[in-house]
Design a protein around this ligand. Structure first.
Ligand code: NAP
Length: 277
C-alpha cells in the first residue's frame, strides 16, 4: 500500500467471520491493481458516521452486510434499479463523491446458478422458499432473467403475499403453501431455498418435509453455504435432482461488486479459490 492505493471495505455487525477481504484482496492482487479491501465492525448507531467516513476518506467502494443493507438506503445519493426494487443495498460505488447503491446479491446468485448448472432461465417455472431479504434479491434477478412463473412458499403467509404484490409489476408471481407445493412439483424447473433452515449448526433440518415429488427434472438450489451440502441438497441428489449450493452466490455477488468498482472482469476463479481455502 502507498499513498495512491484505492481503498474498499465491507461494513457489518458482526463482521469478523467475513470472507470478503480474503476474496477481494486476492482479486486485486491477481489483476495487479494498487487496491486494498478491509473489514470494519460498524454498529447500527454508527452507520451514518461510517458513510460520512466513506465520503471523507474517499473510499472507492463499500460492501454492506447485515444489519445495514436496508438502513443505508437514505444515506446514499443515488440508487440503481436493483437496489430500489429489492429495497436493500450491498454494494456502494463512490463516483467522485457521489455514492450510488447497488444490490448484487440477486444477479450474483443468477450468475452462479447459470455458470454451475447450465440452466437457461428464460421461460422457466421456479419455486422460492422464504420471503426475507435474500428472497427479494433472488426474485428480482429471476424476473429480470425472464422466468415465466415464480411461486413463493413461506412460513409467514402475509410476508409472502407482500413480496408477491411488490414484484407482480415485473413478473408472474403467486403464493403456495408448503402443503400445495408437491402438487405443483412436476411443473417446476428450479426450487430455491432462501431460508436459513439447514444452516450450521442445525444441519439436520430441512425446509421441505415431503420430497417424494422431486426427480431428475428439477434443480434444487440452496443459498446456504455452511455446510456446503445441506440436508435438502443431499436428499434431492439421492432422488436424482441436480443440486446447487450457496458458495457461488457469495463469490459472484463479490465479482459483480468488483466489476462495478474497477470496470474490469472479476478474476472469478481465484476468488473461488480464496473462499474455499
Ligand atoms: P431473513 O430476511 O431473516 O429471512 C429469513 C427467511 O427464512 C424468512 O422467510 C423466514 O420465514 C424463513 N425462516 C427462518 N427460519 C425458519 C424456520 N425455522 N422455518 C421456516 N422458515 C424459516 O434472512 P435473509 O437475509 O433472507 O437470509 C436467508 C438465508 O440466505 C440465510 O441462510 C443466509 O445465510 C442466506 N444467504 C446466503 C447468501 C449467499 O451469498 N450464499 C447471501 C444472502 C443470504 P418467516 O417470514 O416466516 O419468518
Amino acid at each position: 500500500m502507498n499513498s495512491k492505493t484505492v481503498l474498499h471495505a465491507v461494513i457489518g455487525d458482526p463482521i469478523a467471520h467475513s470472507k470478503s477481504p480474503l476474496m477481494m484482496n486476492r482479486a486485486f492482487l491477481e489483476l495487479g491493481l494498487n487496491s486494498a479491501y478491509a473489514a470494519f465492525h460498524v454498529s447500527p448507531g454508527q452507520l451514518p458516521a461510517a458513510i460520512a467516513g466513506v465520503r471523507a476518506f474517499g473510499l472507492r467502494g463499500l460492501n454492506v452486510t447485515i444489519p445495514h443493507k436496508e438502513a443505508v438506503l437514505p444515506l446514499l445519493d443515488e440508487l440503481d434499479e436493483s437496489a430500489r426494487m429489492i429495497g436493500a443495498v450491498n454494494t456502494i460505488v463512490n463516483e467522485n463523491g457521489v455514492l450510488r447503491g447497488y444490490n448484487t446479491d440477486g444477479i450474483g446468485y443468477v450468475r452462479s446458478l447459470e455458470e454451475e448448472t447450465g440452466i437457461e432461465l428464460s421461460g422457466k417455472t421456479v419455486a422460492v422458499i422464504g420471503a426475507g431479504g435474500a428472497a427479494r434479491a433472488i426474485v428480482y434477478a429471476l424476473a429480470k432473467r425472464g422466468v415465466a412463473q415464480i411461486w413463493l412458499v413461506n412460513r409467514t403467509l402475509a410476508r409472502a403475499e407482500e413480496l408477491t404484490q411488490h414484484f407482480s409489476q415485473i413478473c408472474s408471481i403467486g403464493v403456495l403453501s408448503l402443503e400445495q407445493l408437491p402438487a405443483h412439483g412436476h411443473a417446476l424447473d428450479l426450487l430455491v431455498n432462501t431460508t436459513s433452515v439447514g444452516m450450521s449448526p442445525d444441519v439436520e433440518q430441512c425446509p421441505l418435509q415431503d420430497l417424494n415429488w422431486i426427480d431428475e427434472n428439477i434443480i434444487i438450489s440452496d443459498l446456504i453455504y455452511n455446510p456446503r451440502v445441506t440436508k435438502l441438497m443431499r436428499l434431492a441428489a439421492e432422488r436424482g435432482a441436480k443440486t446447487h449450493g450457496g458458495l457461488g452466490m457469495l463469490v459472484y455477488q463479490g465479482a459483480c461488486a468488483f466489476e462495478y468498482w474497477t470496470g474490469m472482469p472479476a478474476p472469478v476463479q481465484v476468488m473461488w479459490q480464496a473462499v474455499t481455502e
